[in-house]
Design a protein around this ligand. Sequence first.
Ligand code: NDP
Length: 484
Amino acid sequence: MDYPFFHVSHYIDGQFVDRGPRFDILYPATNHVIGSAPEAGAAEVDAAVQAAARAFRQWSRTPVAERRLILKRFAQLIRDHEAELAAIETWDVGRPISENRAGYIPRIAANIEFFADFAATHGSEAYPMDNGYINYVLRQPVGVAALIAPWNIPLLQATWKMGPALAFGNTVVMKPAELTPIGTWRLAQLAHEAGVPPGVINVIHGFGPNSAGEFLTKHPDVKLISFTGETTTGKIIMAAASSTLKRVSFELGGKGANLIFADADLDRAVAISLRSSFFNQGEFCLAGPRLLVQRPIYDAFLERFRAAAANLTVGDPFAASTKVGALISREHHERVSSYIAIARDSGARIIQGGTQPNLPSPFDQGNFLQPTIIVDVQPRDRVCQEEIFGPVVTVAPFDDEEEAIAIANGVGYGLSAVVQTRDVGRAVRLGAALEAGTIWINDFFVRDLRVPFGGMKNSGIGREGGHYSLEFYTEAKTICLSNQ
Ligand code: NDP
């Protein structure tokens, strides 16, 4: 197998810099070293934040039409390099290239384009008063934004965060996860080529605690933090941000329910459930790993779903037929696998998967796990409550709407849910009753960037998207103008 080698560097003040001890980047499908990246210490983080703060003075005053043009050039370069970025994302994450090409990669450029346009058409408001005075609200950029992303969907994460932050006039210091630094570094190169001014985008690499992540979230000149990752990390970052009262937006873990009612179209329900269970090997905050199926169709659904899951090709992420790739790391593979043992110990049954597939060399060295289906579970079981973040789902029956809602809402998370029914009234009732930031009815992972995205309960704080991003990434300043 021919491996590439990515010599990743930081991007600070318009320069690609190679400071700090280097760490290896492994290809999740074989655990072969495919590159290395430098770890930023306090000095590199400070240099990046200072560069962003200097650039903010100019970028925040750059006419929005000009910012839009620059960001559109950046987006166009992303489009021109989609095939390369699709491959990079697969090297980084181990996700099948087929999933990248089918919808994932086109969303990368679209994230930048959408916010470039949105910022040019949304912003300040004016309210003439009865007494002749005029109140108007100026929307102004906040300052240096720290953008911190997890490893599961790095290119989407980077552009979801950079798009609105930059379009509304902020400058950014982005830290991708240490396991997946390649894509964001490549984006920085494309931004550089597109003429994004020095310091407007900075990318630093490194780890969380006592490393780049912590130094960034504690830096006094960082004004806002957009963080996506685990709930426990969110709590640590919130504490770090509190001493300087930074504004935070958190998108955290999830444990979505997928409710399948007896009147659902069964073929469609199976197809949607395959995607919501196993997209990105199940390493997806928005996944629906708790399948709840109404009793009259429980057996029929389970048999079809099991057969369909058994049919998914697991293996070489670059093979066009592969549907399930590798988990991000050996450590994560062990963590996900430990839940299969926990399920067995609590009396549940594994009716599909549960083991590492037999793959030829070099994929026998990779972090693969068969799509796994667990049944005979109780709602309070750990496998039904905790985020597993892998291709492991539970399926359980329910009798009526009320019971389905109670089980679906009976977890600490509230990020997303899927409802499959042909009854419009029920869809409306479920939409109102489910505790989740996003609810898909008869589909999965379709999103208009104007709508709010975020979670309830332990799944996050705040919303991003459309004018919700405008709220987060700008200061609202009220000016009252007298007519005297
Ligand atoms: P982590 O919380 O471990 O890490 C996320 C990012 O935070 C990484 O860049 C990490 O650095 C960094 N980090 C870790 N500790 C600190 C710290 N003390 N201070 C500052 N930064 C820190 O999440 P994972 O990378 O493991 O990603 C999986 C999690 O992300 C899951 O819980 C998943 O649900 C969640 N997620 C949520 C989404 C949502 O939209 N709600 C979407 C996608 C994922 P490093 O890894 O380099 O050490």
